[in-house]
Design a binder for this molecule. Structure first.
Ligand code: HEC
Length: 370
């Protein structure tokens, strides 16, 4: 042991010396040297402790940070551990970092990340929590999921993370049964819960959150499987132009179609296949900015529904399905309300076979910037 300690310390001295090696290499060497000191209590050796803390600082955000914290039972390192969890939410070190934090009994840093305004960090934190697959994380994720003010992507991630344990999945199911789940995450919940490995939850999910159906009420495979299926671009282009599902009635591709929704000529650059499938199956979960639908009640009892194409002090132009614009005098408008739903209808997949849908997505994915 004494020999090892000397070897480790000399490696650490090298670490400080300005040798030809890169910083990263020196750090790796130092971590390796320290790795040989299993079972050493650094609190009885201030010099070693100093060295460990110096190396630790160099390893921030990496797997080695977690390794050192674990090996030397370092306390008060939750900020650094969270950095690793956020950097690798689906990796072994990220999940281990989360475990160490949970074991430390102090989840303040994790809670702050979940509650914070940095949506990406909150999202990754929720993902890492899910990958621990422990029922203890349910109490952190349910409040995020049920807060309608939180970001939609974060709430969807919470559903996916909760679905990793039977306790979490059970909570999501219960929220669905009580009507407290929220329409915008229902599709994600349905996809996740119909694919869990716990028979009872799966059976209940089939009733409470039935999977989406394609043509002839055939249940649609989950997105994860759809993404892997191979599509035929030429057939996809035909489906897009067909009267049913009617994509071209609302979208332009390379100059053809009617302009109501976004121009899709380069949509394959913007969205991956999974996001394209979601956009078709679940249009209301991520309505693009500027494409929100509005309901207008007019003083004469008429109604108007569509996107706001333009607006002046005394007039508002409403673009309805079909692309026709109606100019309403504001003096004639009784009230207006933004619709929670996209003007793009849900359920379009019912007009297609699963293969048609896969072909359509293959076609959209091929529409890229020239
Ligand atoms: C009644 C009109 C309508 C129809 C029919 C329609 N869409 Fe849409 N679509 C929209 C509108 C409006 C938006 C933007 C608002 C939103 O994101 O929900 C949109 C959004 C999208 C998006 C996301 C675009 C982006 O930039 O994020 C995709 C992809 C899409 N539609 C594909 C399709 C496909 C494929 C079909 C046919 C199966 C289709 N749409 C049918 C109106 C329509």
């Amino acid at each position: 042991m004494r020999y090892l300690m000397v070897a480790a310390l000399s490696a650490l001295v090298c670490f400080r010396a300005p040798a030809a090696d890169t910083d990263a290499e020196k750090t790796a060497l130092a971590v390796e040297a320290l790795g040989r000191l299993q079972g050493v209590d650094i609190n009885t050796n201030p010099k070693l402790k100093d060295a460990v803390m110096r190396v630790l600082e160099k390893t921030r955000g990496t797997a080695n940070f977690v390794k050192l914290v674990q090996q030397f039972k370092l306390t008060g390192q939750n900020v650094g551990l969270l950095e690793v969890a956020i950097a690798q939410p689906a990796g072994e070190s990220g999940v281990e970092a989360m475990r160490l934090m949970l074991a430390s009994g102090d989840m303040a840093v994790v809670q702050a990340a979940l509650d914070g305004t940095n949506v990406v960090a909150a999202n990754k934190t929720a993902e890492a929590l899910g990958n621990m697959a422990e029922k203890q994380v349910v109490k952190f994720l349910v409040p995020v999921l049920t807060n309608p003010k939180r970001d939609i992507a974060l709430r969807k991630q919470s559903v996916r993370s909760l679905a990793k344990t039977s306790d979490g999945a059970g909570e999501v199911l219960k929220l669905a049964k009580d009507g407290k789940l929220g329409d915008d995450v229902t599709f994600t919940a349905s996809t996740e819960l119909n694919a869990v490995r716990w028979p009872q939850i799966k059976a209940e999910a089939a009733k409470v959150l039935p999977p989406l159906q394609g043509q002839n009420a055939a249940p649609l495979p989950p997105i994860g499987e759809l993404v892997k299926m191979k599509g035929d671009i030429a057939n996809g282009a035909k489906i897009f132009a067909n009267a049913s599902p009617g994509c071209a009635n609302c979208h332009i591709v390379n100059g053809r179609g009617i302009e109501l929704g976004p121009n899709l000529s380069e949509i394959g650059t913007k969205l991956g296949k999974d996001a394209l499938i979601e956009a078709i199956l679940e249009p209301s979960s991520g309505v693009s900015f500027g494409f929100e639908a509005w309901n207008f009640a007019l003083k004469n009892g008429d109604e108007a529904y569509g996107l706001i194409a333009s607006e002046t002090a005394d007039e508002v132009a409403v673009k309805a399905v079909g692309g026709i614009i109606t100019r309403l005098k504001k003096s004639e408008v009784e009230s207006r309300q933004q619709s929670k739903l996209s003007i793009m209808p849900a359920g379009l997949q019912a007009a297609m076979t699963t293969q048609d849908l896969v072909d359509l997505v293959e076609y959209l994915a091929s529409l890229k910037k020239q």
